[in-house]
Design a protein around this ligand. Structure first.
Ligand code: GDP
Ligand code: IMO
Ligand code: MG
Length: 429
């Protein structure tokens, strides 16, 4: 009776993939509910690294079912590539292991072309999107012109949609951006071909989840991105185009809120951000470089260097509220080893006044300065710790401060990328 939602509390890349893989041991169904292949979720199992962009991170357990919900934007090229990559690694992804919602939106070549053309045109003011067509695809969903997975199984519908859409998209691409137009036929041929391969995977995910619930199965919901990249609640406009908050698990998978029992927020022990936008605790000095190098902070999707800074509990506290968090998984604590002192941001100062929440105005965010509490660091290697009391006193004090300042208990502490490099304080299942 503990369906659990895993969400990022910062700007993504908190280690959601690792935690989902870990929790999958006790789940039956693992479902993603938003985002697309802008996500890059990394798992390290028995020394082998896997990076998933669309397929839920539960796929490595061969007796579990993974589902891609209606709330996603799916690039079929990437999905098929992922299925192929897993096959090469000896993991066969058949339709009894993976479902794709018939209502999921499909990323088309014109979405990628528009995403890239827009970013190029913005120059220095670009958002730093992943260039995967995520935003333009969600725009079409809301404009009610999107292609859905079910359309891949109906050649007439697909052809009609591509024809109509390309008229408008080509006008926009050529006239506004001076980019090359796209042709209907090659897109139609390729998408029909991919549709044929994907047809056995396409189902009604909401119905599958309902059947699972009836059979007392436990569901794990895998969020992508992070709360402060949320289109409504994030650092707008430097956000993604979906809702990574826990509430979206309902709309993006097709279940009711009463079925969500535990919401776990993943918190990296420091803060990172890839792409542009406000970052109050950013470190542009050698401490930032130290964290970036020790944490190997390069994007799992685009390979970009991630900006690094101190742990910002203002944004984490905002996330606790926005997601209704029941517990935290603190990740990458090992990366902080070797720093003499650590700063935790407990509030912001704006115009001489102390504030406790991130303001909506970008201009105000730019003027916020962090209020830090300084803590002692530790020197010991903690990657072998499997119980909280095996951690150095200073590391325990760091975790205790996070709990005290946010009011949210820590249920998992991750001390390395591997599945086993974990302290399970309390499993939510
Ligand atoms: P996600 O997008 O939230 O799933 O996170 P990413 O996979 O993009 O980035 C997290 C990175 O940190 C990955 O390379 C993980 O293998 C790695 N990682 C996860 N937990 C830990 C940890 O506790 N310690 C260290 N050193 N690395 C970790
Ligand atoms: P995971 O699931 C970190 C960021 C991009 C950019 C902004 C908008 O791995 O945590 P988009 O392509 O979504 O329109 O880009 O959002 N972004 C992420 N940053 N982790 C992610 O996913 C991200 N997905 C999108 O860098 O700043
Ligand atoms: Mg990532």
């Amino acid at each position: 009776m503990s369906n659990t939602v895993v969400v990022g509390t910062q700007w993504g890349d908190e280690g959601k993939g690792k935690v989902v893989d870990l929790l999958t041991a006790k789940a039956d169904l693992i479902v993603r509910f938003q985002g697309g292949n802008n996500a890059g979720h990394t798992l390290v199992v028995e020394g082998r690294q896997f990076i998933f962009h669309i397929i839920p991170s539960g796929i490595l357990y061969d007796d579990k079912k993974c589902l891609i919900g209606n709330g996603l934007v799916v690039d079929p090229e990437v999905l098929l590539e992922e299925i192929k990559g897993l096959k090469e690694a000896g993991i066969v992804v058949s339709p009894n292991r993976l479902s794709l919602s018939d209502k999921a939106q499909i990323i088309m070549p014109y979405h990628k072309a528009i995403d890239l053309a827009r970013e190029a045109a913005k120059g220095r003011d670009k958002l730093g999107t992943t260039g995967r067509g995520i935003g333009p695809c969600y725009e079409d969903k809301v404009a009610r012109t999107g292609v859905r997975a079910v359309d891949l199984t109906e050649p007439d519908t697909l052809e009609e949609k591509i024809r109509v859409n390309l008229k408008e998209k080509n006008f926009y691409l050529t006239e506004f951006f001076g980019a090359e137009p796209l042709e209907v036929q090659p897109i139609l041929d390729r998408y029909l071909e991919m549709g044929e391969t994907l047809t056995p995977f396409i189902t009604d995910v909401s119905v599958e989840l309902a059947e699972g619930l009836k059979a007392n199965m436990k569901i794990l919901f895998e969020g992508a991105q992070g709360t402060h990249l949320d289109i409504d609640h994030g650092t707008y406009p430097f956000v993604t185009s979906s809702n990574p908050v826990s509430g979206a698990a309902c709309t993006g998978a097709g279940i009711g809120p009463g079925q969500l029992h535990h919401v776990m927020g993943i918190v990296k022990a420091y803060t990172t951000r890839v792409g542009a936008g406000p970052f109050v605790t950013e470190l542009t000095d050698e401490t930032g470089d130290y964290i970036q190098e020790r944490g190997a902070e390069f994007g799992a999707t685009t390979g970009r260097r991630r900006r690094c800074g101190w742990l910002d509990l203002v944004i984490v506290r905002d996330s606790a509220r926005l997601n209704g968090l029941n517990s935290f998984a603190i990740t990458k604590l090992d990366v902080l080893t070797g720093l003499k002192t650590l700063n935790i941001c407990v509030g912001y100062e704006l115009g001489g006044k102390r504030i406790d929440c991130r303001p909506a105005s970008l201009k105000k965010q730019a003027r916020c300065t962090p209020v830090y509490e300084e803590m002692l660091g530790w020197e010991e290697d903690i990657t072998g710790s499997r119980e909280k009391d095996q951690l150095p006193e200073q590391a325990r004090a760091y975790l205790d401060s996070i709990e005290k300042i946010t009011g949210v208990p820590v249920s998992i502490v991750s001390v390395g990328p591997g599945r086993e490099e974990t302290i399970m304080v309390q499993n939510p299942f």
